[in-house]
Design a protein around this ligand. Structure first.
Ligand code: 3PG
Length: 212
């Protein structure tokens, strides 16, 4: 296993949930990072879906240096390098193109490639990866599909993401090939708009206590 892969595996064990957060402003991002960490979730995915996302990522890393903050929605090799330069500890993608897999391995950046089928997964294995994002988890087959992957791929670890809630997370977390789940339910748009960081912290605290 590469050093990057073993780091990614270690981080996936930090908490039962990776908050998937899309930043609206840099100031908001700093407050969110602090609230999530206070609530017990030190592993955070910042999606690169807004114009401020890279600046927000940089500010979050500065504000919470002990947290492990990565970039999500990394769609190509260029974005992967930009994320790394902004201080991302790891990268997450909804998919697993050969170009992106090659770039992640070449950069040595811990990487969670998105997979939804056995063939996607096997392409990732061919590039030396052994933990993956299962996306979109609920829509692509949910816990039943992940359980089926445990037969042919017993050593592979997953972080399912997409359509998961506080209520459905335990159905994934009880599977032996699931290390943690990802979700955006920790940062609801109305709470962010209201600047209600205590609510974000409370959601994080409840998620951090989920059994696995
Ligand atoms: C992602 O970007 O990984 C997912 O869109 C997050 O999924 P969710 O919003 O359904 O939690």
């Amino acid at each position: 296993m590469s050093a990057a892969e073993s780091r990614m595996r270690r981080w996936l064990a930090l908490a039962p949930v990776i908050p998937v957060y899309t930043p609206a402003t840099v100031d908001e991002a700093v407050q969110v990072a602090q609230a999530l960490v206070r609530g017990g979730l030190p592993l955070i995915e910042v999606t690169l879906r807004t114009p401020v996302a890279l600046d927000a990522l940089r500010a979050m890393v500065r504000a919470e240096p002990a947290a492990v903050i990565g970039a999500g929605t990394v769609l190509d090799a260029g974005l992967l390098r930009q994320a790394r330069d902004a201080g991302a500890a790891f990268a997450v993608s909804p998919g697993a193109t050969p170009d992106l897999l090659r770039a992640a391995v070449a950069e040595g950046l811990p990487f969670l490639a998105g997979i939804a089928t056995a063939s996607d997964l096997m392409r990732g294995l061919e590039h030396g990866l052994d933990c993956f994002k299962f996306f979109p988890a609920a829509q692509a087959g949910g816990p039943a599909l992940l359980q089926s992957f445990a037969g042919p791929f017993p050593a592979v670890a997953f972080c399912p993401t997409g359509g998961i809630s506080a209520a459905s997370a335990p159905d994934y977390l009880r599977l032996r090939n699931v290390r943690c789940v990802g979700g955006s339910w920790l940062t609801p748009a109305d709470r962010l708009a209201a600047g209600d960081w205590a609510a974000v912290e409370a959601l994080a605290r409840a998620a951090a206590a989920l059994p696995r």
